[in-house]
Design a protein around this ligand. Structure first.
Ligand code: FE
Length: 250
């Protein structure tokens, strides 16, 4: 498999490129509008054809580039079926493996950060890689205090669906704010300060309720824009319009 971990630095979002070397087909997990051209350049450099974009959920901190990537490459836009927007081409669900050449992903329904969040597990026989979206982060987890978030639901998702994976499973998160790239299920089960070391549901809910996080700076345009597969709505503030203006002209 061909694999690249790519970062969008303004929102500290990781975009993952997975490709099948035999067919030259590629997919992108959580591509970001701001780094559309960078992703197209990477695909070209690797001589890959983009077949799919997969979003883990409707993001609140950045706009997806799914719609524009479809316009530029002819790829198909994939979303969790439980909240698939009309603009998406394919809805995926847990229990239905998603195949592209030799790349096979198992969607895992992991609500709590949002009610429709899915993580994607890749197991090619020699490696297990979990693309955990914003459910499980390195020594952290996605926030649960906006959109359709719920801390108790996230606790159950992580314990039942993710911490039950083999210890050696590598965890590739949707974000990291401290320059870390990868963790493992074993490490998070022990070291995650919110969930690890046997933290109870009550302890976790109390930690999440006490985080006192600032209001997400892009949420007012990112969520409605992402429900349209990454269309810039008219209310994008001037300071964030750069990627919108660039691609509308292009
Ligand atoms: Fe998120």
């Amino acid at each position: 498999m061909i694999f690249r971990q790519l970062i969008e630095p303004d929102s500290n979002t990781y975009t993952y490129l997975l490709a099948c070397p035999e067919t030259g087909q590629a997919l992108l997990i959580d591509p970001v509008l701001d780094t559309l051209q960078r992703d197209l350049d990477v695909l070209q450099k690797l001589d890959l054809k983009l077949m799919y974009t997969l979003d883990t959920h409707h993001h609140a901190d950045h706009l997806t580039s799914a719609r524009l990537l479809r316009e530029r490459t002819g790829c198909q836009v994939v979303y969790p079926a439980v909240e698939k927007p009309d603009c998406a081409d394919i809805g995926i669900s847990e229990g239905q493996p998603f195949k592209m050449g030799s790349v096979e992903l198992s969607p895992l329904f992991t609500p709590g950060h949002t009610s429709h969040h899915h993580a994607y597990l890749l197991d090619n026989g020699t490696q297990k890689m979990l693309f955990s979206g914003d459910a499980l982060l390195i020594e952290a987890c996605g926030r649960t205090d906006f959109q359709s978030g719920d801390a108790a639901t996230l606790y159950r998702s992580i314990h039942e669906k993710l911490f039950s994976l083999p210890d050696e499973t590598l965890v590739y998160p949707g974000h990291d704010y401290e320059g870390r790239f990868v963790s493992s299920i074993a490490q998070e089960k022990v070291r995650n300060p919110r969930l690890g070391g046997g933290k109870t549901l009550e302890e976790f809910v109390s930690i999440m309720n006490g985080l006192d996080l600032p209001y997400p700076r892009k949420i007012d345009f990112a969520v409605p824009g992402n429900e349209l597969c990454g269309t810039c709505p008219p209310n994008v503030p001037e300071e964030y319009r750069g990627p919108c203006d660039l691609h509308e002209q292009g």
